[in-house]
Design a binder for this molecule. Structure first.
Ligand code: GLN
Length: 191
């Protein structure tokens, strides 16, 4: 049976994630409630504006249910999603992160919207390293990581992909690149 992937869809880049996953033959559900969350096999928190998404999570009382979801099901956060999965945000109290990956992030640390760029980074999930296109849009930097966090990718010296158990986060936007390599890796966490 194909996996049912939930994408948090209060705000941000959820439609592009949906397109790519449907191409990979996943069932996609757009998630805006705890009831909908409980019907999917894994969850994506898209890029967008972390403070706005955090506000919706609070209104819909979804923070605790997402923390419970993460105990046994994979979650992937891109960009704003990475910020929200982390432990804390440096110099910023606009969003209360979920604390599902022991990282401290700095918002907008690569510059402003017009300084968005595409770089070639490195991804290495199973020992071997491969090149990966990385699209950065007002992306966060990972400033500090805890001992349980695995670094799965970098662009130059910056940490751009992290994992803690079944929770992964990318500072960039894999859904905007042609390669579906990262999506395939994420879906492999279902098994
Ligand atoms: N700068 C945004 C934030 O801080 C993230 C940008 C993005 O998700 N592309 O939430």
């Amino acid at each position: 049976m194909p996996a049912t992937v939930g994408i948090l869809s209060f705000q941000g880049d959820f439609a592009k994630h949906q397109q790519v996953l449907e191409k990979l033959r996943c069932q996609v559900r757009l998630i805006k409630s705890v009831e909908a969350l409980n019907r999917v096999d894994c969850l994506i928190i898209p890029g967008g504006e972390s403070s706005v998404i955090a506000r919706f999570l609070k209104i819909e009382k979804m923070a605790q249910p997402i923390k419970e979801f993460a105990q046994h099901k994979p979650i992937w956060g891109t960009c704003a999603g990475m910020i929200l999965l982390g432990r804390s945000i440096i110099d910023d109290n606009k969003a209360q992160p979920l604390g599902l990956i022991d990282i401290i992030t700095a918002r907008n640390a690569y510059g402003r919207q017009y300084e968005s760029f595409v770089g070639t980074g490195e991804f290495g999930a199973c020992g071997e390293k491969e090149e990966m296109e990385m699209v950065f849009i007002r992306a966060p930097k990972v400033i500090k990581i805890g001992k349980d966090v695995e670094i799965l990718g970098r662009w130059q010296d910056e940490i751009t992909i992290v994992r803690q158990d079944k929770v992964v986060a990318t500072a960039f936007h894999p859904e905007l690149s042609a390669s579906t390599r990262f999506q395939e890796f994420f879906l492999s966490l279902l098994h």
